[in-house]
Design a protein around this ligand. Sequence first.
Ligand SMILES: Cc1cc2nc3c(=O)[nH]c(=O)nc-3n(C[C@H](O)[C@H](O)[C@H](O)COP(=O)(O)OP(=O)(O)OC[C@H]3O[C@@H](n4cnc5c(N)ncnc54)[C@H](O)[C@@H]3O)c2cc1C
Length: 434
Amino acid sequence: MKKMIDLSKKIPVTGEFDVVIAGGGLSGMAAAYNAAKQGYSVCLLEYYAKLGGVPSSGLLGIVSGFRLDDEICVDGPFIRELVERADKYKAVVYTPAKWSFRFDCEILPLILMEMASDYGIEVRLLSPVADTVAENRRISSVIVASRRGLEAINGKLFMDDTGDGLIAVSAGADFVYGRPEDGKVQSSSLTFRIGGIDPDKIPSGMPEATQIWRSETHNVPTDHTVITYLPGSGTEAAVNMTHILNCDPLTDEGINRIRREGLNQALEIVDFFRRCLPGFANCKLIETAMQPGVRETRRITGDYTLTAEDVINGRDFADQIARGCWGIDVHMPDKVHSTSHLKYFNIPRSYGIPYRCITPEKLDNCFVIGRAISATHEAYSSTRINASCIALGEAAGTAVSQVIQSGNIHLADTDILRKKLAEQGSITDYTPVK
Ligand SMILES: Cc1cc2nc3c(=O)[nH]c(=O)nc-3n(C[C@H](O)[C@H](O)[C@H](O)COP(=O)(O)OP(=O)(O)OC[C@H]3O[C@@H](n4cnc5c(N)ncnc54)[C@H](O)[C@@H]3O)c2cc1C
């Protein structure tokens, strides 16, 4: 078998934009929204036939990390408008304890499409970006494997919200993979939805589901239950309990295992629920997530790499453009998932995320936003939470005017950017609740 083939082929250019964003998760969408609101032309390319990423295609619904006890850590124009719109559809529930939101996974992509349309964002669904055309630290085009074949889309500024850092890496950015000792990444999960719960049969004095779960041994490597009731229904819930260990999600074998082992674990969990949880006797598996629940793959090397110490010590930075308040939450690559392993799951204070974490050291016109930013394995287990990913998208989108003018992400004046973020209600500095 040939080891390499040399592809020389003319590829049609099917679009020319100021900003091209790969990945229509909430971080990518937040960036697109803020860039488009400033009048820039934006193209948002999404792998699946739905916007929203893990909260929609991953069936999770839950978007956490906005608040920590006495401080608000994340706010901004995109998330505010998203929640307002979702409220009108009765498609969001607010949980005051953690200031987290639960979205209806089916309605969320609809709202995102409506927002994209209202602000003139060109969305291309079923459009995985497979490669880039790049030279001298700059990307000129992304190559999309669409239903029509290969297409090129040109841009001035690019953003990588693929979660895997695929765009940045294909253009020459460095990256780090997994934990330092053996390169293993956090375990992956396949989230699933169940129906047929009878809320009237759940006794008010019922012990925690976790307590009941711990009364038996399981093949599912987690020591607790995570059952999230979906908005507008007491009868359906999303379950985030499966864990696929020693799994590399960038291999075909890894992705196949997430589906196969994830489904087997889901069936075992549903069987347990039916036998042991009052009110769940007739529950059934409705669907598993289309998007595998991958927690970690590549982390792009940026101008600064956020560390566990930064997270634990609530460090502030002169160029911070977003905040995080989730603790260190590593789902062990090779062990039963348990929060009791987590020494720094609760942190006393939020921390700043520097602009330099979204600027790949080796590229001049590509931000990395969302999951794959520059952070160590441990720090990343905190920054990957949705609220921080959204805040980074809001900040990158807001930075577009400066970056398009200068042509170089490394030349942005972060004082000006921070001022602009503050004016629009985004949070960059410690903000106690009034
Ligand atoms: C199982 C699990 C449970 C979690 N639980 C929580 C929780 O309770 N609360 C919380 O706040 N966070 C949670 N998280 C974390 C959080 O959901 C993610 O880290 C977050 O969604 C990252 O946002 P994102 O926009 O960067 O990526 P994603 O949401 O993954 O979105 C990335 C998008 O890019 C698309 N894409 C990928 N590759 C390409 C490509 N080549 N071309 C075009 N598009 C591409 C994907 O289809 C996807 O739509 C969880 C994550 C997992 C996996």
